[in-house]
Design a protein around this ligand. Structure first.
Ligand SMILES: Nc1ncnc2c1ncn2[C@@H]1O[C@H](COP(=O)(O)OP(=O)(O)OP(=O)(O)O)[C@@H](O)[C@H]1O
Ligand SMILES: [Mg+2]
Length: 275
């Protein structure tokens, strides 16, 4: 297997590890100097590249594990017993979950590898597209999405911003309350120098002490048990929003619902945001 991927200058995983350790040691050992920032920047770039290569390299051995487990199962055929079947199922399930984690990690690192395409983005059009993509999912769980306000145009990368609202809406449906269908309200209002978008749901809610934690990589709450996911969606949301010069935070009343707020910088005046 080799680690060559399409970002240019990709190197094998072990080489990345060594360069990363060296750059990190340099960053720690050096007295503050004008080289310091450059070393840190290099260490960061190597870390990003390391995660990117790792997330790609790990796919292949995982595919191998799943297909060989499958072969063992078929070979055993009648000779198998329920306990061995159960062990094999657990092993395949573990490999599948790991594959989902690695895919998520690849998505996360791809944001750095992606060429930025910043320009005026009509949030009305963007939301139309996101809702069209989610139509089946919404129908499946009986979700209603109410878009209250005329949405503004902001400056950003439309593909990345669509991911933000896609993830927030999927979460609002996934963490729904067992007693009611999801009602999701999307609002937008001008708040000082920002446009403030809010996605409010009537789902399970989030305990106060977990409101910050949900934005960290791989963090899932107890209430997520029994649902599929890797704990990457909101980390991705935060990364994208911050890259747009914005902020994201959550508020919630457990058992009543949660609201995710996304503040994105507006252009100088409300009338000129499409500039
Ligand atoms: N709208 C919500 N209502 C209640 N809990 C939520 C909501 N959104 C997120 N959470 C909680 O925050 C955790 C992190 O969310 P995040 O979107 O990062 O990961 P995920 O949904 O578990 O997996 P992924 O998005 O990677 O498929 C979730 O596991 C869930 O516990
Ligand atoms: Mg999610």
């Amino acid at each position: 297997m080799n680690a060559t991927i399409g970002t240019g200058g990709a190197r094998p995983l072990s080489e990345h590890g060594a360069r990363l350790a060296k750059a990190a040691a340099l960053a720690v050992a050096d007295a503050p100097s004008r080289d310091h920032a450059r070393d840190l920047e290099r260490a960061n770039a190597d870390l990003r590249q390391f995660a990117y290569v790792a997330s790609h390299d790990l796919q292949e051995p995982l595919r191998m594990i799943v297909s060989y487990l499958d072969m063992v199962k078929r070979r055993l055929g009648d000779r198998s017993d329920p306990e061995i079947d159960e062990f094999l199922d657990y092993a395949v399930d573990g490999a599948r979950r790991m594959r989902a984690l690695i895919r998520g990690l690849a998505d996360y690192t791809r944001i750095d590898a992606r060429q930025r395409a910043f320009g005026p983005v009509s949030m009305d059009d963007l939301l139309d597209g996101v809702l069209r993509d989610l139509a089946l999912k919404m129908e499946d769980c009986g979700a209603h999405v109410l878009v209250r306000d005329q949405l503004p145009t902001v400056r950003g990368d439309p593909v990345l911003l669509a991911q933000v609202f896609h993830n927030l809406l999927v979460n609002a449906m996934k963490y729904r309350h067992p007693d009611r269908a999801p009602e999701i309200r999307l609002t937008a209002r001008r708040s000082g120098a920002d446009w403030l978008f809010s996605v409010a749901d009537n789902g399970l809610g989030i305990p106060a002490d977990a409101l910050d934690r949900v934005f960290l990589l791989f963090q899932r709450l107890n209430s997520a048990k029994g649902t599929e996911g890797s704990g990457i969606g909101l980390a991705l949301v935060r990364k994208i929003v911050e890259e747009h010069g914005g902020r994201v935070w959550a508020a919630s009343v457990p058992d009543i619902g949660s609201t995710f707020h996304v503040a994105l910088p507006a252009s100088e005046s409300p009338d000129s945001e499409a500039d």
